[in-house]
Design a protein around this ligand. Sequence first.
Ligand SMILES: Nc1ncnc2c1ncn2[C@@H]1O[C@H](COP(=O)(O)OP(=O)(O)OP(=O)(O)O)[C@@H](O)[C@H]1O
Length: 576
Amino acid sequence: MVTHLWEWVRPELPWLVAGAALAVGAAALSVLAPGAVGRLQDSAASGSSPVPALVTLGGLVLGRFALEYGASTVITASCQNVADRMRMELFSQLLRSDIAFFDASSTGQLAKHLDSDVKQVRDAIRDVASKGVRAAATTVGGLATLLWLSPTLTGGLVVLLAPLVLAGNLFGAHMRRLASASSDASAAAAGVASESLANVRVVRAFNAEPAEQRRYGDALKVASDRSRDVAQAVSFFAGGATLALNAVTGAVLAGGSALVAAGAMTQGQVGTFLVHTLGLSGSLEAVSLQVNGTNKALGAATRLSNMLDAKPTANAPGGAQPGPLEGDIEWRGVGFAYPSRPSAKVLDDLSLSVKRGSTLALVGGSGAGKSTAGQLLLRFYDPDAGAVLVDGHDLRDVDPRWYRESVAVVPQHPLLFAASVLDNVLYGKPDATRAQVENALREAQCDFVFDLPEGLDTVLSEGGGSLSGGQKQRLSLARALVRDPRILLLDEATAALDAESEGKVQAALERACQARRRTVVVIAHRLSTVRMADSIAVLQRGRVVEQGTHAELLRRGGAYASLVQKQRGADHASLE
Ligand SMILES: Nc1ncnc2c1ncn2[C@@H]1O[C@H](COP(=O)(O)OP(=O)(O)OP(=O)(O)O)[C@@H](O)[C@H]1O
């Protein structure tokens, strides 16, 4: 953790030190100011000119303002740079993380780390460099001045202040607990609101508005109760602090008057002492707040460092780049369980191969492991036993970036970005020309885009919401085709579509499979989509139980034939 913290802070260190020096300068001036006030008082008492003391006081006040302004500007800018550096490093680390990492963490939590944990560390660095340094300097300077003015009065003050500081600290810890509960409760209420709004269609369809209002109302009530607890504690603290301050002022005045009467101090010195005393209680409180804030930030920094230390394995950069990919694929004795459920074996000695330029269909019941075999082909995970090979190379030995350059996937749920049609397709190959994009769109049967109001420049709404399911799917195919991949993985690409859209997408897929010598792996639920495949493999409990062409497998009358039978029955029943 310390290493990461040091790396984030190091480039800004000169600026932070400069800012802290300005803050110490401001603190020194604030320690000197009460002395000038005392001299002003003494000059009034002795009838001498107040001008020199006034000029000194004015200079000190203006100087302190300038130094504080400079310190705050320099430190805030440096801390923002530190936060930006942390966010960029964390974000790129997250993007490179293994897919298994995302199985184990919610994206909401990760976004929270990127936002609030980084903010906490940034604010702590800023506060330590400015307020912390200043408060420490003021405390030391203030105590030294008090001792110099009157060691007797200072001794009495320390005896009086010690229990007050202790009580303040204990109550401060209690207030921080309340504040953290209050921030959790308001985050929970915000979570309820954002979930309801994101799912507004389901809410509307199920007439669930009153239930959602109640849910939000309940969460809000908890949040406002917690926030009231905080407000009450703050008021109590403020009242208690005023009381304590009055007691200290009274004690200093009483002790000071006794010392003036005894001729040990002047009236002005007592005034100076009193101002320093008030400043000292403020800076002591600030120091204790800094210690607590820093502890919280160290917790956040540890969480962030742990994220950075989780090194990817299935996506680790480096490895061989053995010339252009040809597209021979083999799953050789593959055994695999998801890291989040290590006891559930999903693939069990899966052995299967596809020759370059041919089409393999993976079929089988739900949960048989078809998509998992595809995820291993994309090297989202590494197998626990056996190997996945391309052109005879174990995927673990090749550079994942080099490999993915030649692979494309059309997922079951097409994910489009809130960007133009052109940019959505260019996502597949950022350096493609407009003509290449148009070809890919035609190949994927996306002629509808040319009729959109602004053609390829039409901006889609988030998730491609303005298009039909089939249109989104074909656009997603165009994005894959623009790469001209050697290996194309179609993961249930037509599963979510109605018959008409499915027909269009299917036609586009068939063209895409036949065109060029491309290896295609089709994962399919609907068997109508796999008849044309060169080979069909039926998976059951993570292993191949049958393989052959559509006609061969039908003749055999085994698992495939019964799947076809079942689906015909289901289709028939749904038509009746
Ligand atoms: N990310 C994951 N973490 C843990 N288990 C998973 C994960 N993804 C899938 N599984 C489990 O692995 C098994 C195989 O899932 P897979 O998606 O490969 O099956 P499938 O044959 O594609 O099924 P379907 O046709 O229903 O999509 C299932 O039991 C599933 O619950």
